[in-house]
Design a protein around this ligand. Structure first.
Ligand code: URP
Ligand code: ZN
Ligand code: ZN
Ligand code: ZN
Length: 463
């Protein structure tokens, strides 16, 4: 028996077409007209959009870096599914100087049989030695075709020499490296200076991470990428300054993939100023890079519109306000960095992008599903509705309105960055590999059916 989704508007980055979709088992068997056969189950999607399942390539579930993340792979992927995201790519984190293989084994234990969405890993590289060099190749064979390196965070950052060597290795292996771009050395000094002057409140998290330090790290990265002549991926771009640096490098012919996140499009640095009685409330927005000014919000939206920003991911890294964020009440440098959002991406971008006429549905699909799949070696298995692809499908009803409230969320965090924000639309159906996982905004009572995704090479496809 097959499932037929009929009368819906199927969206890709290029087209919106009204056709039937025939799902058999885990796959899209056919797209066309009058596909129903006797015994098929028919879903009428009149008035609804049909989108490829969202792909969030930047989450931190079960993370141990900078505090124990509030969401496990189980709660985090449940929230993802409820937000129309059927695949996530998270980060495996080797201990400093430790084996990548060991980290993969540990992350397999955290995930196999425990996720509600399909998933893959980027491998974090926080230390460079001969083992790292060797194991990068092993990881690529395991389908981990992307890595992550940091210019910031005392425990994670590596020097330029290590980054240069890793880029050369990645080029050889046709793998892609994600970069967190902020000048960590200077930030570390500025943080100590702030504390020594008694500047302990959350707002100093923002003040000690100015946008010029994002621009500087981007400039350094792109200089190295140019030397090595290999593409790079910049995560969570937050500022106009960083954006402009990327455009300059592109004019020299560099291939740079750029990601931003809903928080850098929709929120600004005024959130660090306490509004109610709690002077510490800004801690909810302590993430790196920090929120910027409204001008940066606008520049990043423009970047999405004109195709200069490729991906919107969430950087979901949830810590509870009570007991976790609060560790930094007397010292902002002790506030765990990161914020939740995996559940909110799709409707936020629909509401504040499409409904506001900044982007159309095709662009929405491009940045939340198609580009992430293409850049990270999941396409065309995922990221598109076409014959032979995985039947990861969202049936989205643009009508209806709700308010975002932490008390209603699935993600395992006690606050929401967008508390009280209105959002449009309803998830009528979400399918993961042909299996119905959400029906009319309700998560069906299923086992964790998510599967590890062995990804193909990234650079070959992209250059
Ligand atoms: O503050 C953040 N973003 N925490 C998660 C780790 C990272 O930098 O991506
Ligand atoms: Zn561990
Ligand atoms: Zn980062
Ligand atoms: Zn992150």
């Amino acid at each position: 028996m097959a499932i037929i989704i009929t009368n819906g508007k199927i969206v890709s980055s290029k087209t919106v077409i009204t056709k039937d979709i025939r799902i058999v088992g885990e796959k899209i068997e056919n797209i066309g007209s009058n596909l129903a056969k006797a015994g098929d189950e028919i879903i009428d999607a009149e008035g609804f959009y049909i989108l490829p399942g969202g792909i969030d390539v930047h989450t931190h579930f079960d993370s141990e870096a900078g505090g124990i993340a509030a969401d496990t792979f189980t709660t985090g992927t449940k929230a993802a599914i409820m937000g129309g995201t059927t695949t996530i790519i998270d980060f495996a984190e080797p201990v400093k100087g430790g084996s990548l293989r060991r980290a993969l084994e540990e992350w397999n234990k955290k995930t196999i049989g425990k996720t509600y969405a399909d998933y893959g890993f980027h491998m974090t590289i926080s230390h460079w030695n001969e083992n790292t060099y060797r194991e990068m190749e092993e990881m690529v064979k395991e389908g981990i075709t992307s890595f992550k390196m940091f210019f910031a965070y005392e425990d994670l950052m590596v020097g330029d020499g290590s980054i240069y060597q890793a880029l050369k290795r990645a080029k050889k292996l046709k793998a892609l490296i994600n970069f967190h771009c902020e000048n960590g050395d200077i930030i570390n000094v500025m943080r100590k200076e702030a504390i020594s002057k008694g500047n302990i409140e959350p707002i100093y998290h923002m003040k000690t991470r100015p946008p010029s330090l994002e621009r500087e790290a981007i400039s350094r990265l792109l200089t190295m990428a140019e030397l090595v002549n290999t593409p790079v991926y910049i995560v969570h771009l937050s500022s106009k300054e960083g954006y402009e640096e990327i455009q300059t490098a592109r004019q020299r012919g560099l291939k740079v993939f750029v990601e931003t996140c809903p928080q850098y499009l929709l929120l600004d640095k005024s959130y660090y100023i306490p509004k109610g009685n709690d002077p510490f409330e800004g801690a909810k927005y302590v993430m790196s890079p920090p929120l910027r000014d409204k001008e940066s919000n606008e520049v990043l939206w423009k970047g999405i519109v004109n195709g200069k920003i490729d991906v919107i991911a969430t950087d979901h890294c949830g810590f509870n306000y009570r007991r976790q964020k609060e560790l930094g009440r007397e010292d902002f440098t002790k506030i765990p960095n990161g914020a939740p959002g995996v559940e909110n991406r799709f409707k936020l971008i629909y509401t504040y992008g499409v409904e506001k006429n900044i982007i159309d549905m095709k662009k929405l699909v491009e940045v939340i599903s198609e580009n992430p799949a293409k850049i990270f070696g999941l396409y065309p298995k995922k990221g598109v509705i076409q014959r032979g692809s995985d039947a990861d499908i969202i049936v989205f009803n643009p009508k209806g309105m709700s308010l975002i409230k932490a008390e209603n969320q699935i993600q395992n965090v006690d606050y929401n960055l967008y508390e009280g924000f209105g959002q449009y639309g309803r998830l009528q159906y979400v399918f993961l590999r042909g299996q119905l996982v959400v029906k009319d905004e309700k998560l069906l009572d299923l086992k964790p059916v998510g599967k590890y995704q062995k990804r193909s090479l990234t650079i070959e496809e992209n250059s």
